[in-house]
Design a protein around this ligand. Structure first.
Ligand code: HEM
Ligand code: HEM
Length: 193
């Protein structure tokens, strides 16, 4: 079944969830490698082609995250959302809901802040999406004295990464807890449906 039911996730929702896990698992180390290559390049002993290749890959995957999360949220509103097990206490429901809302928010904030960091940059640097090297700016290029600099958006991007890491740690601990302690089939319904 492609659609969700009142008790289980459909194929498409599960596909979106695990596709996102895969993209983020690649995107995280890719971002770190890109910054390392860029710093070496700024210091004068880097490789321009490598910086461009890693940037292209990082920008492209980041834009894919934005597209997939919007499709996923759209699909979520067009479907029933499976109920949490009745045995869960109010604080557990609230924590689950808060973490999920935060995860969706971060998956939107990260691409937007990364895109803004490149847009505000006051030099020449391409914004890539696959073979397209000239993605329009999301915010204006920073002018002298403007507070909305590339560094500001870069700081937002980095802070959001810390919050994402924390939320994901909680999310995975909760999944493992449901699987092995509560044994309520929550992981199975996201995996097999
Ligand atoms: C969910 C999506 C994304 C994730 C998980 C992610 C992750 C990362 C990581 C781990 C770093 C390295 C941080 C550091 O060492 O300072 C980074 C840096 C960066 N990312 Fe992303 N990124 C995402 C989306 C994007 C997008 C869509 C763009 C641009 C179109 C982008 C542009 C940048 C830039 C310019 C940097 C270097 C400077 C900075 O820290 O802002 N990112 N990203
Ligand atoms: C990048 C990593 C991940 C992200 C961004 C993410 C995001 C999300 C979000 C936003 C939801 C809420 C779905 C909704 O209510 O619309 C969710 C549900 C879920 N996630 Fe993840 N997740 C990630 C990794 C994982 C991993 C590694 C596991 C397992 C170990 C996992 C297990 C689950 C389960 C079992 C649910 C279903 C909860 C339910 O049925 O109500 N997730 N995930």
């Amino acid at each position: 079944m492609w659609r969700n039911s009142a008790t289980g996730w459909g194929r498409l929702a599960r596909f979106f969830h695990w596709l996102m896990v895969l993209i983020i698992a690649v995107q995280f180390p890719l971002g770190l490698l890109m910054v390392e290559a860029y710093d070496a390049w700024l210091a004068g002993n880097g490789d321009t082609a490598l910086v461009m290749l890693l940037s292209r890959a990082h920008n492209t995957l980041g834009f894919l995250v934005l597209i997939v999360v919007l499709l996923r949220l759209g699909w979520r509103t067009a479907n029933p959302t499976p109920q949490l097990p009745a045995a869960l206490k109010a604080w557990q429901r609230l924590t689950a809901r808060t973490t999920h809302v935060a995860l969706y928010g971060l998956l939107i904030l990260l691409p937007l802040s990364g895109w803004s960091a490149l847009s505000a940059y006051d030099g020449e640097f391409p914004i890539f999406f696959f073979g397209w090297d000239d993605v329009p700016r999301l915010v204006p290029q920073a002018t002298p004295g403007s507070p909305f600099t590339s560094d500001l958006f870069g700081e937002i991007h980095e802070s959001a990464l810390w919050v994402l890491g924390t939320m994901l740690a909680m999310h995975v601990i909760a999944a493992v807890w449901h699987q092995f302690v509560l044994k309520d089939g929550i992981l199975a319904r996201m995996w097999r449906g």
